[in-house]
Ligand binder design. Structure first.
Ligand code: HSE
Length: 360
């Protein structure tokens, strides 16, 4: 899915005018494919190290297992090209930069100049929130952040989206007749939905549990210390992206899967190093970069503009619900929401490709 979004964005922005692409596949090597300009290509084998090694730049959205298998073999074969990757496998390595240019362009430029060859996309949740809060973070105002995420099904992968829609369809099928009769008490409709979700043929192969009408309170693996890998990524990646020593900005919270289809949100409690009036913070956030859509903290604006439904399919990162909390000095709430398939995955990759092409 990230690969599809990446290709779509590259077509929209005419990126192919600047490259001569060769397409590789792990599953369909040898097959003919036609690109968006109607040109035919034969898919090459994405495991063929000697063929990959002919490339100046490799862009991959294949996943961590592929990276772990192929990347070391390529370098061992003497390949010295640029490796641009969506997977997390190489993110925290010292020879990699996490590419998120609205936040860390200066680090990307310095890394290219110093010979770094690995540019990796960050975790979707943390990158979206960093794009949204870039103005505050770059001003050095943030002491710590508690991030409570609301992550869409698409963050888990294409088959998970299909499964969530399958669950929604099953709930609809099982409640349609009851809903058609206005005399049916709503509690009976809820009972039917609950029975449907508990039935043996309810689709839960991917998530393992129902998501439609519910939430899943753990994302990614269990690190064994009460923390999920998704939660661990927040702090380590945020500091690395910002070019800070590990733990400089403390980031912690709970990551939760919700039945949104597309776009991740995060309700964030911010501890700033000093008390600031909300108006000055609004300006800092709103002027952070061109993609921030600052949403005034009113009911009407929030429900209309600050939601997955409002931002999905766009590059906007909506930021709102900013207010000083009644919890002590320097403590503020803020909520970010953005399409994680774009800023959280595909967009930083095509942008760092463009930066490499224009600076090398
Ligand atoms: N791990 C994320 C998720 C995907 O499950 O939503 C984006 O990094």
């Amino acid at each position: 899915m990230v690969g599809s979004v990446l290709l779509k964005r590259m077509r929209e922005e005419n990126d192919f005018a600047h490259i001569a692409p060769t397409y590789f596949s792990t599953s369909a090597a040898g097959q003919r494919t036609r690109d968006h300009r109607g040109r035919e290509h034969t898919l090459r084998d994405a495991h063929a190290i000697e063929q990959l090694a002919e490339m100046d730049i490799i862009v991959t959205c294949q996943g961590g297992s592929y990276t772990k298998a192929i990347y070391p073999a390529l370098r061992a074969a003497g390949w010295n090209g640029y490796w641009i990757d969506a997977a997390s496998a190489k993110r925290m390595d010292s020879d990699s930069v996490i590419a998120l240019d609205p936040v860390n362009r200066v680090h990307i430029d310095a890394a290219i100049a110093s010979g770094v060859k690995n540019f990796i996309g960050g975790n979707c949740s943390i990158t979206l929130s960093l794009v949204g809060l870039a103005g505050l973070l770059q001003a050095g105002l943030v002491d710590w952040m508690s991030m409570m995420t609301y992550q869409a099904a698409s963050g888990a992968g294409a088959t998970h989206v299909t499964e969530l829609l399958g669950q929604m369809t099953a709930l609809s099928d099982h409640t349609r007749a009851a809903l058609a009769d206005p005399a049916t008490p709503t509690i009976d409709v809820l009972d039917r939905a609950r029975f449907a979700a508990a039935s043996d043929d309810y689709p839960i192969t991917r998530f393992g549990v129902p998501l439609a009408g519910s939430i899943i309170t753990w994302i990614d693996s269990d690190l064994g210390n009460g923390i999920s890998r998704e939660e661990w990524k927040g702090e380590v990646e945020a500091n690395k992206i910002l070019g800070l020593a590990p733990g400089t900005i403390r980031v912690d919270g709970l990551c939760v899967r919700v039945a949104a289809l597309q776009s991740h949100s995060a309700a964030i409690t911010l501890k700033l190093k000093e008390d600031r009036d909300v108006e000055s913070l609004e300006k800092l956030i709103g002027n952070g970069n061109e993609w921030v859509d600052f949403v005034p903290n009113t009911r009407e604006e929030s429900i209309r503009r600050l939601s997955p439904a409002a931002v999905s399919g766009s590059l906007k990162v909506a930021v709102g619900r900013l207010r000083k909390m009644n919890l002590g000095d320097g403590i503020y709430s803020v909520l970010t929401t953005g399409d994680q398939l774009l800023w959280g995955a595909a967009e930083p990759l095509r942008r760092v490709l463009g930066i490499i092409l224009s600076t090398t």
